[in-house]
Design a protein around this ligand. Structure first.
Ligand code: SF4
Length: 374
């Protein structure tokens, strides 16, 4: 039976871990961890709820009708999220991605987008503001999100086959509805849209070529993601992973020759490929077979304000406790706490994964992706 893991908060323990340093230093727009990795990206989970029950993320047997989601008072308010984002931007963050759960389920999400879009990086620009969604609410919300200041969206779509897609999302949501959402996002100017497909052996891997063909010659960037051992409830096994090299080969074998492209920037998670004779691009994210921890510049903020320095982290740093502390810490004080967390960061879970035994894996209490954001 799948082990049920519900993240619990022990504020006393977490708060005692976060100390305001005695000497406060103004952020200078650059932070580096123990492996010389800068802090560039902040992923913010705005809700732990989702209207899908994808088997690899929020399987129905765990996230059932009795599952206890976080109460509203536990969630960071929009003001708290914006305050934390401002502090991270002062440390050099340029890109902010809203995630969940399904972020479009958070009430008035457009208001948060507007607040984040009003922030400015050191060079006077708004942060690059993006959002990852299952696409189910995009037809309704794409234009208002764009108007609020969102730059782009990434849409998760694991299959073009309605039967398989419905089996994967487990809530009878059709492919056509997601494709309509993608069209709405494109029409609203939220492109280039990235389409993320998590490839799981024996479930949807036979659709790799069909997906590549479908999105070839569209302005969208299709990205194939190796199935990962995120969270504790998806029962991940290594033999369910289709290596990215094989994905590229399958697309070429299906008569779609590809050529490698250079990365847009250091730390880009996807390896880029272009269809020959076309401007169309695909990406492969080799989270398992070619881990990219050495360039990982991403911090994650959970729905209730815990800072995680790795997707596979087993515990977070409770920034919410600092924000809500009656001592009313200044932004500078919190910025110094964030600096000390990042400066002591040494995470490289994916690079070490292959060296771990099955028992190591089982003993790590990983945080669910719906809680920490993907
Ligand atoms: S495993 Fe952790 S450190 Fe490595 S790339 Fe993923 S989030 Fe970054």
């Amino acid at each position: 039976m799948t082990e049920k893991f519900i993240p619990l908060t022990d504020l006393r323990q977490q708060l005692s871990q976060l100390k305001i340093p005695p000497r406060l230093i103004e952020p200078d727009g650059f932070l580096s961890d123990t492996l010389a990795r800068p802090l560039h990206d902040l992923r913010i989970s705005v809700t732990d709820r989702c209207n899908f029950r994808c088997v690899y993320c929020m399987p129905k047997e765990v996230f059932d009708k009795d599952y206890q989601y976080l109460p509203h008072t536990s969630l960071l308010s929009f003001e708290e999220i914006t305050r934390i984002a401002r502090i991270f931007i002062a440390h050099g963050v340029k890109k902010i991605r809203l995630t969940g759960g399904e972020p479009l389920l958070r009430k008035n999400i457009e208001k948060l987008v507007e607040m984040l879009a009003s922030l400015r990086t050191a060079d006077g620009n708004p942060p690059d503001l993006t959002l990852t969604t299952n696409g189910s609410l995009l037809t309704k919300k794409a234009q208002s999100l764009k108007d609020a200041g969102l730059n782009r969206v990434t849409v998760s779509l694991d299959s073009l086959d309605d039967v398989i897609f419905k089996r994967m999302n487990d809530v009878d949501f059709s492919v056509a509805q997601v494709l309509d959402g993608i069209d709405a996002a494109q029409a609203a100017g939220l492109g280039p849209i990235k389409i993320n497909m998590v490839v799981k052996a024996g479930v949807n891997d036979h659709e790799v070529a069909a997906m590549a063909r479908y999105f070839k010659d569209t302005p969208h960037i299709l990205r194939f993601i190796e199935y990962m051992d995120v969270g504790a409830s998806n029962g991940w096994k290594l033999d369910e992973v289709i290596p990215s090299a094989q994905i590229v080969q399958r697309i070429q074998d299906a008569g779609m020759p590809l050529k490698a492209m250079t990365a847009n920037y250091v730390g880009e998670t996807a390896e880029r490929w272009q269809h020959l004779g076309s401007q169309s691009e695909i990406g492969v994210i080799s989270s398992v077979t070619h881990a990219f921890c050495h360039d990982c510049s991403r911090a994650r903020l959970s729905t209730e304000g815990k800072l995680y320095t790795c997707l596979f982290a087993t515990h977070g740093h409770d920034l919410r406790a600092l924000l809500r502390d009656p001592a009313k810490h200044s932004d500078l004080a919190i910025a110094n706490v964030v600096a000390s967390i990042w400066q002591s960061r040494s995470d490289r879970y994916s690079e070490l994964r292959s060296q771990q035994t099955a028992t190591d894996q089982e003993q790590r209490k990983k945080i669910e992706m719906s809680y920490i954001g993907g």
